[in-house]
Design a binder for this molecule. Structure first.
Ligand code: THU
Length: 174
């Protein structure tokens, strides 16, 4: 779900009102009951009065009756500022997806380390194969999947960094 929500946030970002920073941000929060709330950053000539995309999305959810614990996940097209992290914490999201400064998908890294953890736990289980129904073989197969996934993730991150560098270079050339 996270990837789809993130893709939606990218589309939502086009509707941002950010004439001062030109940094369009989109955020989409999904409630446990399936409702989705979109938000964009809305800037103001008086700088501190602007509002971030995630706070807009959360405010819309609250306006429609959501309270802390009702929101399951949020996807944001920027790395949340300190104030927004506080808001995200307050509403106790299960999942938060965003790109960090290097443009890396933080969620993918989290999942990778969860997979590592599961593997390290499984590999310590040392009962005869007859008892565990061939767990040893499954764990070995999982190891191969892990290594391949780590390789794919590294490639994807290098590609994302490269793409970011190209985009920045294009902007600076005009
Ligand atoms: N911004 C967001 O909307 N969300 C974030 O997570 C980071 C920053 C907005 C605030 C401001 O309008 C612009 O991005 C530049 O900082």
């Amino acid at each position: 779900m996270s990837d789809k929500l993130y893709e939606q946030a990218v589309r939502v970002a086009e509707r941002a009102y950010a004439p001062y920073s030109s940094f369009n941000v989109g955020a989409v929060a999904r409630a446990r009951d399936g409702r989705v709330f979109e938000g964009v950053n809305v800037e103001n000539a008086a700088y501190p009065l602007g509002i971030c995309a995630e706070r807009t999305a959360i405010s819309r959810a609250v306006t429609d009756g959501c309270r802390p614990g009702d929101l399951e996940e949020i996807a944001i097209t920027a790395s949340p500022c300190g104030g927004c992290r506080q808001w995200i914490h307050e509403f106790r999201f299960d999942r938060v997806t965003f790109k960090n400064a290097e443009g890396e998908l933080v969620r993918a890294e989290e999942l990778m380390s969860a997979m590592d953890e599961i593997y390290s736990l499984l590999v310590t289980i040392d009962y005869p194969d007859g008892v565990t129904g061939g767990l040893r073989r499954t764990t070995d197969a999982l190891r191969a999947v892990l290594e391949r996934t780590r390789g794919d993730l590294t490639t994807a991150m290098v590609a994302a960094r490269l793409q970011g560098a190209i985009e920045r270079a294009e902007r600076s050339v005009g």
